[in-house]
Design a protein around this ligand. Structure first.
Ligand SMILES: *[C@@H]1O[C@H](CO)[C@@H](O)[C@H](O)[C@H]1NC(C)=O
Ligand SMILES: *[C@@H]1O[C@H](CO)[C@@H](O)[C@H](O)[C@H]1NC(C)=O
Ligand SMILES: *[C@@H]1O[C@H](CO)[C@@H](O)[C@H](O)[C@H]1NC(C)=O
Ligand SMILES: *[C@@H]1O[C@H](CO)[C@@H](O)[C@H](O)[C@H]1NC(C)=O
Ligand SMILES: *[C@@H]1O[C@H](CO)[C@@H](O)[C@H](O)[C@H]1NC(C)=O
Ligand SMILES: *[C@@H]1O[C@H](CO)[C@@H](O)[C@H](O)[C@H]1NC(C)=O
Ligand SMILES: *[C@@H]1O[C@H](CO)[C@@H](O)[C@H](O)[C@H]1NC(C)=O
Ligand SMILES: *[C@@H]1O[C@H](CO)[C@@H](O)[C@H](O)[C@H]1NC(C)=O
Ligand SMILES: *[C@@H]1O[C@H](CO)[C@@H](O)[C@H](O)[C@H]1NC(C)=O
Ligand SMILES: *[C@@H]1O[C@H](CO)[C@@H](O)[C@H](O)[C@H]1NC(C)=O
Ligand SMILES: *[C@@H]1O[C@H](CO)[C@@H](O)[C@H](O)[C@H]1NC(C)=O
Ligand SMILES: *[C@@H]1O[C@H](CO)[C@@H](O)[C@H](O)[C@H]1NC(C)=O
Length: 466
């Protein structure tokens, strides 16, 4: 038992050690619950010199391998639990006269965690004043964090359109999932309408798994305009830059739209030619269903990119962003892309200009919400230096959805001249001096989510194993 606790502690203490600027703090042992709550408050002061310590911390974060080893979780412990499958909403292109569907997801097992175990997690988080709605949201959202990947699973999927199955009755056999249970492949599927000028949605499902295995795929016309959007602090108010509030908003509170964005996306959905939506986030894949439920009831149905399961290193998170963008641009070489993000995501501030340089003819517009201009809580510095080499008419820093509402994107209008830009190409915002170069690459959301998953996963497994 102490073995599991020490794992959780290890994560918590190493962060505390780094965020306390005072030299050589004595790592006094504390029970996991305390590590959790003090960690939240330590993060709330994650500004200035404190923030500069964070990349070191996540650099040393345990990998999935480390977690499994530390927990000593053998196949025996999980053998009585049947396999579940997740299909992440994805997209299809039209290749060689057939729709080429991307099947992208995860094979996992979900241990049966009792309500009281979840309640103990709630108390640990010092959220004992939650009302009924908040309790239920917390439970629904934390449940999937206990997903244990199933290596080398073999899934069979089906596809239906307009309520009837188009795949063979025996289904389509996917290639074997990798060692962390992930699969990602394109499969040609016959029997779908071949004359689309607008994006259509088909439903997919994994056969013979426990729990929901359903997904969606958007069939995207060869030509048209695609919108790629970050989710946190672009579409929903998360405040990842105030980590304890970011946590509360992510696990306890109902999700709240950034004002005007549902209307803006609906307008784009109706007016952009062949519009398709791709939502791209570095939120861990375990929270896919929570995000899908929220997104699909507020925004046009689209595809989703989540953070891959076995990522512990910040450069891998940037790589995941770059790869998901690259895959989109390669899959739809004749489409134009509108990229939407915000200044609190350093991965986007790098990945968007990079992809724009690689595929200049496929960029319609890049829109970046200046969250430090709209929210005084955002003290995290950001760097715009990678935008310097881009065509000034292609990108625009906005503060509200209204700034973008009347732009004529198909005609190449990306800039609303009435909004001052304040862009000086370099580090902006925040309170950190120019000499703390390491801070430019901090993505608070990376720190936040890495911490959340590691600690929650640790606790969830702990509850299950004892
Ligand atoms: C698994 O199930 C079998 C038969 O149902 C049972 O005998 C065994 O104790 C179970 N093992 C665990 C670890 O629960
Ligand atoms: C989960 O465990 C509880 C008791 O801890 C039990 O009542 C319930 O039936 C279990 N659910 C499943 C799906 O095994
Ligand atoms: C419970 O909390 C939610 C989220 O903060 C709030 O919207 C709701 O009104 C609260 N319900 C009650 C009964 O207080
Ligand atoms: C939590 O999940 C259950 C079961 O899926 C659902 O009935 C309930 O409405 C959800 N609670 C909230 C607050 O969404
Ligand atoms: C899936 O199929 C491959 C190849 O047939 C096999 O090596 C592997 O063991 C299978 N995986 C599982 C979990 O049965
Ligand atoms: C159905 O099965 C046949 C023969 O196995 C195969 O040629 C065809 O591609 C399959 N169709 C789909 C939609 O998978
Ligand atoms: C569903 O049916 C409608 C009306 O017949 C058709 O326009 C559409 O293309 C069909 N969708 C698919 C995915 O086949
Ligand atoms: C596709 O639809 C367009 C407009 O509805 C029609 O003019 C064209 O003939 C169709 N092409 C095929 C191959 O069915
Ligand atoms: C799967 O089905 C559930 C229940 O019908 C639905 O809420 C959810 O949005 C579906 N998931 C996807 C990816 O379509
Ligand atoms: C998980 O990531 C770590 C670090 O990148 C790597 O060493 C390890 O092999 C990965 N584990 C699996 C199961 O892929
Ligand atoms: C469709 O997507 C695949 C996978 O990204 C790509 O290899 C292929 O070239 C694309 N097809 C077309 C016609 O662009
Ligand atoms: C530019 O600076 C002004 C004055 O500080 C501020 O009101 C405005 O919101 C900023 N604009 C953007 C796009 O950040």
């Amino acid at each position: 038992m102490s073995k599991y606790l020490s794992f959780v502690l290890l994560g918590g203490l190493s962060i505390l050690t780094h965020v306390n600027a005072s030299p050589a703090p004595a790592p006094s042992p504390a029970p996991a619950p305390q590590a959790l709550s003090s960690l939240s408050s330590a993060f709330s002061s994650a500004t200035g010199a404190v923030a500069s310590a964070l990349p070191t911390v996540i650099g040393a974060w345990p990998s999935l391998d480390d977690i499994e080893k530390k927990l000593d979780l053998s196949d025996n412990d999980l053998s009585n639990i049947s396999v579940s499958g997740l299909l992440i909403p994805s997209y299809a292109n039209f290749t060689n006269k057939v729709w080429n569907l991307r099947f992208y997801g995860l094979a996992y097992k979900l241990p049966n965690i009792s309500t009281s175990d979840l309640d103990s997690i709630i108390n640990d988080l010092k959220t004992d004043n939650l009302n009924q709605t908040q309790q239920s949201l917390l439970q629904n959202r934390t449940q999937d964090l206990a997903s244990i990947p199933v290596p080398h699973a073999n899934f069979t999927v089906m596809v239906s359109a307009n309520g009837s199955t188009v795949s063979n009755s025996s289904g389509i056999q996917l290639t074997t999932a990798d060692e962390v249970g992930e699969f990602d492949q394109f499969v040609p599927v016959e029997g779908l309408n071949k004359n689309f000028t607008s994006t259509e949605v088909v439903t997919t499902g994994i056969l013979d798994v426990t729990g929901p295995g359903n997904g969606t795929v958007i069939l995207v016309p060869t030509n048209g305009i695609s919108v790629v959007s970050d989710i946190d602090d672009v579409m929903r108010i998360t405040k990842v830059y105030v980590p304890n509030q970011g946590l509360f908003n992510s696990f306890v509170q109902p999700y709240v739209n950034v004002p005007g964005i549902p209307e803006l996306f609906e307008k784009w959905h109706k007016t952009l030619p062949g519009a398709a939506f791709h939502y791209d986030t570095t939120t861990p894949v375990e929270l896919t269903r929570t995000y899908v439920d929220y997104l699909f009831s507020n925004f046009p149905v689209g595809s989703l990119e989540m953070r891959p399961i076995n990522i512990s290193d910040p450069t891998q998170i940037l790589e995941a962003r770059q790869n998901s963008l690259l895959k989109l641009f390669q899959t739809f070489p004749q489409r134009q892309f509108v990229l939407v993000g915000d200044t609190s995501s350093s991965t986007l501030l790098s990945a968007y200009p990079q992809i724009a340089q690689q595929f200049p003819n496929q960029i319609a517009c890049i829109f970046i919400r200046n969250t430090s201009a709209t929210d005084s809580d955002d003290k995290i510095p950001f760097s715009t230096k990678e935008f310097q080499s881009l065509d000034k008419n292609r990108y625009f820093f906005y503060t509200t959805a209204e700034d973008l509402m009347d732009l004529d994107i198909p005609s190449g209008q990306c800039v609303n001249q009435s909004i001052p830009q304040n862009v000086t190409f370099g580090e902006q915002g925040g309170i950190i001096g120019n000499n703390s170069g390491v801070c430019r690459n901090i993505g608070v959301e990376r720190v936040l989510w890495t911490w959340v998953v590691t600690v929650f996963l640790g606790l969830a497994l702990y509850s299950f194993v004892v």
